[in-house]
Design a protein around this ligand. Structure first.
Ligand code: NAD
Ligand code: UD1
Length: 312
């Protein structure tokens, strides 16, 4: 079995690559290292890594033709809502056009394929009042990021139905854990919080901290992705989350307790285009055999212990 993981040097991608290698899959990574790092991939010696832009159509087509992948996991993206607001057009090329071009090439060349998995986001749900979010809840994408994710999902599913391709989409909620890069102001909040607690830096809190998110630990996410592959799921969307709603204030308190440290906080105006409340209904995923193993406290404890271990 051969798999392509775009964005495989990133946070979620690198954990997925390690899981696939552990399962005996031959893995090829395409990543331009704009956010990721080859060092994130523990199994890097067993993996073929191309440092390339997924928007390079010629490169992608030659790779697809040469390798005839069984599985394609499309994770390469501008992964930040705020970043997409700064550079909407570039985001669109990566988060939408590159995916569509890949599918179109597979369709026109009739390449064999067992599964094409596209990674979408809870951001598509926006601020509509219905909670928890089900896969068939109404959507209200508020940012270039969310608009591209939703449009791409629709294409991926339509290509599946119209051209009988084995496509599937996931909507990650807020994933956290080791390997998330904290270096950009647009990085995931838990990587920034970790960096602030670890290095005694001031944390900027946008808004009053009452915004909520459904934080899911990386190991549960990898469990879910693997289940979707082995169960051969297709033509559907799956929420991947923990199923619990936490305020940012609550996360900060829990993390301070876990780390045994006090965070210094600067309050700033809330970010525009943001979702206020987010929590998932995960029944569809549970139907595939998923169970959450990582409560917020347990996940944060493992994350923090790992950071401490690396520092020592
Ligand atoms: P990440 O930034 O760590 O990983 C994305 C990877 O894609 C990085 O390694 C980056 O270098 C690479 N990349 C970016 N542009 C590229 C390009 N043009 N060509 C090749 N590689 C490129 O982010 P992540 O958190 O691992 O997110 C992975 C996927 O999951 C993304 O599609 C993201 O939108 C989605 N997602 C993430 C979360 C989350 O909470 N982390 C939630 C919802 C959806
Ligand atoms: C995150 C993901 C996005 C995903 C979405 C799904 C990242 C970078 N973003 O977006 O890919 O699609 O979940 O729900 O992984 N905050 C601060 N201070 C900071 C950073 C953030 O207060 O320094 C706040 C934000 O304003 C926001 C909350 O923390 O209210 C979460 O922010 P962030 O981690 O960027 O996540 P989302 O925007 O939810």
């Amino acid at each position: 079995m051969k798999a392509l993981v775009t964005g495989g040097a990133g946070f979620i991608g690198s954990h997925l690559v390690d899981k696939l290698v552990e399962q005996g899959v031959d893995v090829v990574v395409v990543d331009d290292l704009s956010m990721g790092s080859v060092d994130n991939i523990k199994s890097r010696d067993s993996v073929t890594i191309h440092i390339e832009d997924v928007c390079n159509e010629k490169f992608m087509q030659e790779l697809l033709q040469k390798e005839k992948f069984d599985y394609i996991y499309f994770l390469a993206a501008v992964a930040s809502v705020a970043d997409s607001i700064e550079r909407p057009s570039e985001t669109h090329e990566i988060n939408h056009s590159a995916v569509l071009n890949t599918l179109e090439y597979i369709r026109t060349e009739k390449l064999p394929l067992k599964q094409f998995l596209f990674t979408s986001s809870a951001a598509v749900y926006g601020n509509l009042p219905e909670l928890p979010k089900k896969e068939n809840s109404r959507v209200d994408p508020l940012s270039p990021y969310a608009i591209d994710k939703y449009a791409t999902e629709r294409y991926v599913l339509a290509y599946g139905e119209l051209y009988d391709l084995p496509t599937v989409c996931v909507r990650f909620f807020n994933v956290y854990g080791p390997g998330q890069n904290p270096s950009s102001p647009y990085s995931g909040v838990l990587s920034i919080l970790t960096d602030c607690l670890e290095n005694d830096k001031t944390f900027t809190l946008y808004g009053d901290g009452s915004q909520t998110r459904d934080f899911v630990y990386i190991e549960d996410v990898i469990q879910a992705l693997w289940l979707i592959t082995v169960q051969n799921a297709r033509h559907q969307v799956f929420n991947i989350a923990n199923g619990y709603e936490s305020t940012l204030n609550n996360i900060i308190q829990t993390y301070e307790k876990v780390a045994g440290r006090k965070l210094t906080i600067d309050f700033a105006k809330g970010r525009t285009g943001e979702v206020e409340r987010s929590v998932a209904n995960i029944s569809r995923l549970i139907g595939l055999g998923y169970s959450t193993n990582w409560s917020m406290e347990r996940g944060l404890t493992k994350y923090w212990e790992g950071v401490q271990h690396e520092a020592s």
